[in-house]
Design a protein around this ligand. Sequence first.
Ligand SMILES: [Fe+2]
Ligand SMILES: [Fe+2]
Length: 483
Amino acid sequence: MPDATNVDYDGLIPNNVGLNADPRLRRALESWHPGYLDWWKARGPEGFQASLVYLRTAVSVDPEGWARFGYVRMPDYRWGILLAPVVADRRIPFGAHTGEPAWQEVPGEYRAMLRRLIVVQGDTEPASVEQQWRLGHTAPSLYDLRNLFQVNVEEARHLWAMVYLLQKYFGRDGREEAEDLLRRRSGDRDSPRLLGAFNEATPDWLAFFMFTFFTDRDGKMQLHALAQSGFDPLSRTCRFMLTEEAHHMFIGQSGIGRIIERTCAAMREAGIDDPADVERVRALRVIDLPTIQKRANLHFSLTLDLFGSEISTNAANAFNAGLKGRYQEDQIADDHRLAGATYPVLRLRDGGIVREDTPALSALNMRLRDDYVADANSAVERWWNRVIARAGYAYRLKLPHVAFNRRIGEFAALHADPAGNILGADEWQRRRHDFLPSPADDAYVASLMRPVTEPGAFAPWIAPPRAGIDNKPGDFEYVKLQG
Ligand SMILES: [Fe+2]
Ligand SMILES: [Fe+2]
């Protein structure tokens, strides 16, 4: 029998949830598995299914040493169902049921709401794999190629995690939802993924690093909020997913940091003092900092839309029900019910942006978004601006105002520049490519995307990493292309 930290690897599906003792569930998952593999082969990494990839696989949920590294063909990856260990006598940490024992079964009155939360989270996981499926063809190194595939197999494992919850706890409609998670496709006109940012293209490696920096960071915030859930299996699932998520953000942070490092070094060598001299910088075949700024503006604003409307009854209901909490709910010192509490929300009033105290319960999306923005800002300083400063340039990258380029919520109806100044429609049309990537910017980035497949070599627009994966040396062959 598996215990909380040791995973049962004997069956088809590695797990620490005692699948062997639950034949009905095991059959349900085993019958979902072939369709899953079909999906992976159709919309997982294109052209690399036979390659041997040096991947980590989760073999335990012990915070010390939960992963094992080794060469794997991706279709043979052991996608497991892993829940963080049980917390003895865990209580519901917020909402109307605060202090009651956490639920081990689905609370009947909240069944539909809970299913929806799991489906929305589950839908994002395969979506990102689909968005990234062709990037392998232009990887700047084997190291980066391996990192892409590591993210892909782990996002796919997150799909397994959500499908487990649906199959185990929601009977027939859970099985139908699990099928639908394989049926929808990112960017598909008839059957798109549920959330906007997960239907956008990820056309090049700068987009991939921005996605893992900004959009995986949204994932982190959502997982934190769900890890607080009073529905204990969801909480335990999300807590373990967070251990994998940290590496996804590392890939985004360090990836853009390495691009910036290379750009600054090339500018120095060429004697360029002004990073905004785009033409001269591009002549060096590196990515200029203004283009990185525009891409950051784009991905940040797309990701903010994932937090939903600032004022939300759904968010209030999920909190009251004890299903989705706040970021680090268990470290906040208040009543965890938010009765009578207020929270400052940015609103559009009389054509201007003002901060307005609003009932805290209905402002939970805004609060989670604020926590996200703070987290993203500190990562920009630490991973990007520090590199520019170290190279001796005064240029700074900066996240745009939350009103910039929005499709959802309070600011969807207006145009604003990255500083938050409201613009008329004409001025926006005229200036929008000062803020967002133009077709020419994208074409330039695309022109740099040439695969580098020699062990230890890197494309000329990105610096090598400081350290290898699993302490491997610089020339380690992270991917054996032909397998
Ligand atoms: Fe994920
Ligand atoms: Fe992720």
